[in-house]
Design a protein around this ligand. Structure first.
Ligand SMILES: Cc1cc2nc3c(=O)[nH]c(=O)nc-3n(C[C@H](O)[C@H](O)[C@H](O)COP(=O)(O)OP(=O)(O)OC[C@H]3O[C@@H](n4cnc5c(N)ncnc54)[C@H](O)[C@@H]3O)c2cc1C
Length: 536
């Protein structure tokens, strides 16, 4: 007999772990959390390089806990897309920048998601999930949630110069990037404490204990959802070389923006013609699955530091960021551009000196990561085979529209202007690229951006929420798949657009929000406030 659970959660990452942990606070529900990667039961079980918040070694293509998907950022520009493959998901290998989406994002999302997605409701959820070490006691913040949030000291010479340079150019200070203030320069809130990256498994499960009614199945990969008519009844899984079935009253896909959409397609939910072309029987014709995703295109402005600027022993990769509007300092808005000064060379961040490249790293260039936080172009994820082992095609279409290129040019020129200020003079030996001749001409700068293009790895919107009559929407406000009973998606796939800041905090919020709805089946307001201890 297949095992049977009340709730089956597929994928233990930014959203899946909080969701499973919260639902399992109800002792009457049997919950299964299925994770394709390993599921360490304690901190010592995590590879040390994934805990080290001073590097991002898990982002290195080919790392065993990284799915390393192949994508095209623009036609002809292949790129390896990092995603976490371990309990904690991408939060186990990300940059640790834990920032809320601004009010403007929630205003936009609430138009299709309703009151559960209002900024007031989001503030309540963000506050309940955090233990903010700097502002926890003030309204709009929390001190009792699972996720430790801290702003790093602003003492590094690069950070001090960055603040001063931003002021020289007229940008305002933004002392708390998790408050609803004007975008500007300020410390980056991080889920980093004691030099450790606190992934969702450490915060929601290891620190708080795994409830007896929550079964965690590691090294178990879901291949597709199983149905009886229009009701999801279970999942087909592959583990230990065997294929088996796990049944559930409610199936929740939290496999991330790439794999939740892929699982929907493998299960016959998506554009009917594309499914039939792969021989997949159509369960629900939803053309929106995989279509129109957004992310944050990124380029690196490189500079050679003077001797003594880089200190690889600093237990952080960054300390501050500048969020600003493409219309200039005078423009209002939530900030569609971002500049993040890295404190160490990228080669070092990816290998921590364990490879030849990494050892040389401390003498190499540093980067300002420059990102477009509000894309107008749209990407596409399409199924290539009914075989779950064949990854979908990922076409980002970055910078495909002039309004994106124009704002990105503005951001790159601003980064170079920051490095050219008086504040940076004592630190900068030279700005390596883009060169002045490239900066001076839009078409040359466009070519440079295209050939240096990267991604912030913030994919969202592959199964967007919206009203059922909208053919491009896939789920409702609480992740329920239109036209199907007992199946939800709860991760950044459901966001209509990528948040204008990093999505990790919002991924956790999605887990909390959908768990609240699963617990009550009604308003989304949980019967017990998240962060409040259980009474069992
Ligand atoms: C290198 C990197 C750096 C980043 N830096 C930042 C940052 O500094 N700040 C920020 O805000 N955001 C950052 N992000 C993005 C952020 O971490 C993600 O947006 C967030 O973790 C998404 O949560 P999720 O639950 O949607 O997906 P994930 O966290 O990716 O979780 C999905 C989980 O599902 C599992 N899974 C997938 N398919 C299956 C299957 N078929 N069966 C079973 N399990 C499956 C995966 O193994 C994974 O554990 C970064 C991402 C990466 C990759």
């Amino acid at each position: 007999m297949p095992e049977h659970y009340d709730v089956v959660v597929v994928g233990g990452g930014g959203s899946g772990v909080p969701l499973a942990a919260r639902v399992a606070e109800d002792p009457d529900r049997r919950v299964a959390l299925i994770e394709a990667g390993p599921a360490p039961g304690d901190r010592a079980g995590y590879p040390s390089e994934l805990l080290d918040a001073g590097t991002v070694q898990g982002a290195m293509p080919g790392h065993p806990n990284n799915w390393s998907f192949l994508a095209e950022l623009t036609p002809g520009r292949p790129y390896s897309i990092a995603r976490g493959r371990i309990l904690g998901g991408s939060t186990a290998l990300n940059g640790g920048y834990f920032v809320r989406a601004p009010k403007e994002d929630f205003d936009q999302w609430a138009r299709v998601g309703g009151p559960a997605w209002s900024f007031a409701e989001a503030t309540r959820l963000y506050s309940a999930l955090e233990a903010d070490q700097d502002f926890g006691a003030v309204p709009g913040h929390g001190s009792a949630g699972p996720v430790p949030v801290q702003r790093p000291p602003q003492s590094h010479s690069i950070t001090r110069a960055f603040h001063q340079a931003a002021r020289e150019l007229g940008f305002p200070e933004e002392p708390d990037k998790n408050a609803d203030g004007e975008p500007g320069v300020g410390p980056v809130p991080m889920n980093v404490a004691g030099g450790l990256r606190w992934n969702t498994a450490l915060t929601y499960l290891v620190s708080r204990g795994v409830p007896a009614n929550l079964t965690i199945l590691g090294q178990t990969r879901v291949r597709r959802v199983l149905f009886e008519g229009a009701r999801a009844v279970g999942v087909e899984v592959h583990s230990d070389g065997k294929v088996s079935v796990i049944q559930g009253n409610e199936i929740v896909l939290c496999a991330g923006a790439i794999q939740s959409a892929h699982l929907l397609l493998l299960s016959g939910i998506g554009p009917a013609a594309a499914l039939r072309a792969q021989g997949i029987p159509v369960t629900a014709d939803r053309p929106g699955v995989g279509a129109g995703f957004t992310d944050h295109p990124e380029v690196a402005v490189r500079w050679t530091p003077r001797r003594g600027v880089v200190d690889t022993t600093v237990p952080r990769i960054m300390e501050s960021s500048l969020n600003f509007n493409a219309g200039g300092q005078q423009a209002s808005g939530a900030g569609d551009l971002e500049i993040l000064p890295m404190l160490k060379p990228m080669s070092y961040l990816l290998s921590a000196g364990t490879s030849r490249v990494g050892r040389a790293g401390h003498r190499e260039d540093l980067e300002f990561l420059v990102a477009l936080q509000e894309e107008h172009a749209r990407g596409r994820l399409t199924i290539l085979s009914a075989n779950p082992d064949v990854q979908p095609r990922l076409e980002y279409n970055y910078l495909a529209v002039e309004s994106d290129r124009q704002r990105m040019r503005y951001a790159v020129r601003t980064a170079v202007a920051l490095l050219s200020t008086r504040a940076f003079r004592p630190l900068v030996a030279r700005i390596t690229e883009p060169l002045p001749a490239v900066l001076a001409h839009d078409h040359l700068l466009d070519e440079w951006m295209q050939s240096n293009l990267g991604t912030a790895l913030h994919m969202s919107g592959t199964a967007r929420m919206g009203p059922r009559h909208d053919p491009d929407s896939v789920v409702d406000s609480f992740g329920r798949v239109h036209g199907i009973h007992g199946l939800r998606v709860a991760d950044t796939s459901i966001l209509p657009t990528a948040p204008r800041r990093g999505p990790a905090a919002t991924a956790v919020l999605i887990g909390e929000l959908v768990a609240g709805h699963l617990r009550t089946g009604a308003s989304g307001r949980p019967d017990r406030a998240p962060g409040q201890p259980t009474t069992r």
